[in-house]
Design a protein around this ligand. Structure first.
Ligand SMILES: *Cc1c(COP(=O)(O)O)cnc(C)c1O
Length: 402
């Protein structure tokens, strides 16, 4: 039977998640994140739009939003949709964190928000961004779209800045197929976020579509189903030479805004009973696999100190150079064993953003995009599959010497 490992470890649904009693999703999440309340949105990007709108109401004269130059292109589209100005900050070398020297230079009295971003479940340096933001009176929005469940200093990510956003999109962990979550430390900000979101209406068309998609996720998010709905389109995109379509980075320009429907909320609330055990299982597997990769001389992104406990949807590898990364992808990307890429380019290099995003040198963001690859941390990637990946990666490292 054909099999396909998903590129990230999403929480699979069970039949019993589709119906029956459940708690309210916002209540479940607030408890699991240990925060007084959370607010739901129809996507992580919609949550970001609500955050931008809310902060703009507070500081109408500030219009600049600083994003890392390597992040989800949807974030840039959201800044544009909010009518704000995008500023890109380069990364620090060999990491996805913002370069704090450059960040300090880019921020001033026009800066509305800085957006440190947790990628692949790994925890970003938010405290450094907060220190710079405080000096100029800007806000910090933590993009924790890929890090629901990650904790640092004993509390959930998303709470060290002013507002935190999470994604409930398929493949990012707990899912409503598309969905988002907002958190904030300050009770005033939570109230203001709710006021802004209160204007968002229900949209029957979107909700029917998303409910069907969530049902499809239940039916097909398993190795056989993924072969047809994920693996085949992926390979077709790669044959056409379209890596952006292959990773699903080809977004339409308008971000939909509507309420997250009740049925989908209840499905996720029921599935969330398995979520803590799922995260623990992922962490154990990731730790032993990271150790193995490092013993082979590979660079895997890890957590920042003992006080950090990220989540592990993927393992992020930085190869020594683009040639080695591309050799590894040539050997592995089409094999259906969970090796993939995250965002294909630094933001200015996406065709959809080119007319609008100002280009700059951004050497570290571009370097990160060209050297990174991801290995799925799905439980369906068994030891034989992981051994095959390790062997191909070692060949990709040494092939240059042949
Ligand atoms: C997925 C993602 C988003 C957007 O979340 P959606 O729920 O897909 O709208 C934002 N930032 C990052 C880093 C992401 O990975």
């Amino acid at each position: 039977m054909p099999r396909e490992i998903p590129p990230t470890a999403g929480l699979p649904l069970q039949l019993g998640d589709l119906y029956g009693r459940s708690e309210d999703l916002a209540t479940v999440l607030a408890r699991q994140l240990a925060t007084p309340s959370v607010q739901l949105a129809c996507s992580g990007t919609a949550a970001f739009l609500v955050a931008l709108e809310t902060l703009r109401r507070r500081e109408p004269r500030r219009s600049r939003v600083v994003l890392p130059a390597y992040t989800c292109p949807l974030m840039a589209l959201a800044v544009r949709q909010a009518g704000l100005d995008l500023v890109l900050c380069d990364l620090r070398p060999d990491h996805f964190d913002l370069d704090h020297h450059e960040l300090a230079r880019l921020c001033d009295a026009r800066t509305l928000a800085i957006v440190p971003t947790h990628l692949g479940g790994r925890i970003a340096d938010v405290d450094g961004a907060v220190a710079i933001a405080r000096k100029v009176g800007a806000f910090v929005i933590e993009d924790a779209a890929q890090a629901l469940g990650a904790r640092q200093h004993g509390r959930s990510v998303g709470l060290a800045g002013d507002v935190g956003i999470f994604s409930l999109a398929a493949g990012k962990g707990l899912t409503t197929y598309e969905g988002g979550v907002l958190v904030a430390q300050s009770a005033d900000l939570r109230r203001e976020l709710a006021e802004v979101a209160a204007h968002i209406r229900q949209h029957r068309g979107w909700e029917v579509r998303r409910a069907i998609e969530l049902f499809g996720y239940w039916a097909l998010y398993r190795p056989l189903g993924l072969h047809y709905v994920y693996g085949r389109p992926l390979r077709a995109a790669l044959r056409r030479g379209d890596p952006v379509a292959a990773v699903g980075d080809d977004f339409s320009a308008r971000i939909p805004l509507h309420r997250l429907g009740q049925w989908r909320q209840r499905v996720a609330a029921r599935a969330s009973r398995r979520w803590p055990a799922f995260l623990a299982d992922n962490t154990a597997r990731a730790q032993s696999r990271c150790a193995r990769l490092r013993s082979l001389g590979l660079m895997v992104l890890g957590d920042r100190g003992i006080d950090s406990a990220g989540t592990w949807p993927v393992l992020m590898l930085l190869m020594p150079d683009q040639a080695a990364r591309d050799r590894a992808l040539a050997a592995l990307w089409q094999r259906g064993i969970g090796v993939s890429r995250m965002f294909v380019y630094a933001l200015p290099d996406y065709a959809v953003l080119q007319d609008w995003v100002a280009d700059g040198p951004l050497p570290c963001a571009r370097d990160f995009a060209t050297r990174m690859l991801t290995i799925s941390n799905s439980a369906w990637l068994d030891d034989d599959g992981f051994d095959a990946i390790c062997a191909a990666l070692v060949r990709a490292l040494t092939a240059a010497a042949d």
